[in-house]
Design a protein around this ligand. Structure first.
Ligand code: SF4
Length: 149
């Protein structure tokens, strides 16, 4: 059995005040059912109302977070580049940079390193392979998404 290249861990430390991974026009955040339950509950809203207010559906019907009409950025990113629902943020957001698509090829990973200063930061610490795997699986589950509530 061949183990993925990141099995022995990868150095990373999210940089306070960075927010680059969220500050991306046209970025898509797929949602899991678990996300919908957690986030709507944190806002004291029925899931259906939250989906109608803060989410939209892709052409193939999967639920994603809405972006602002003015600049295409996630509706939950504040002016200070912080997440307004950080404690309850979607698992795909929490899984960055450990997205399957980022880890899939050397080219994709090099691009991710250019986009995420946390991967080359001096204070980066080793994130173990099991932790990375949990994020990869969460990202996969979110990408599959859901189409009906
Ligand atoms: S781009 Fe990387 S360092 Fe910056 S906020 Fe996102 S995860 Fe953290």
């Amino acid at each position: 059995m061949r183990y993925p290249w990141w099995t022995n861990g990868v150095k990373f430390s999210c940089q306070t005040g960075c927010g680059k991974c969220c500050d991306e026009p046209g970025g898509i955040v797929y949602l899991s059912r678990h996300d919908a339950r957690r986030i709507s509950a944190s806002l004291s809203m029925p899931v259906e109302d939250w989906l109608a207010r803060d989410c939209e559906q892709t052409l193939d019907g999967r639920y994603i977070l809405k972006s602002r009409q003015s600049d295409g950025i996630c509706i939950y990113l504040s002016e200070q580049k912080t997440c307004n629902i950080y404690l309850h943020r979607p698992q795909q957001c929490a899984a960055f940079p450990w997205w399957a698509e980022n880890l899939a090829t050397e080219r994709a990973w090099n691009q991710t390193k250019l986009e995420c200063p946390g991967l080359t930061a001096e204070d980066a610490i080793l994130i173990d392979g099991n932790t990375i795997k949990i994020h990869v699986l969460a990202d996969r589950q979110s990408t599959k998404g859901f189409r009906e509530w």
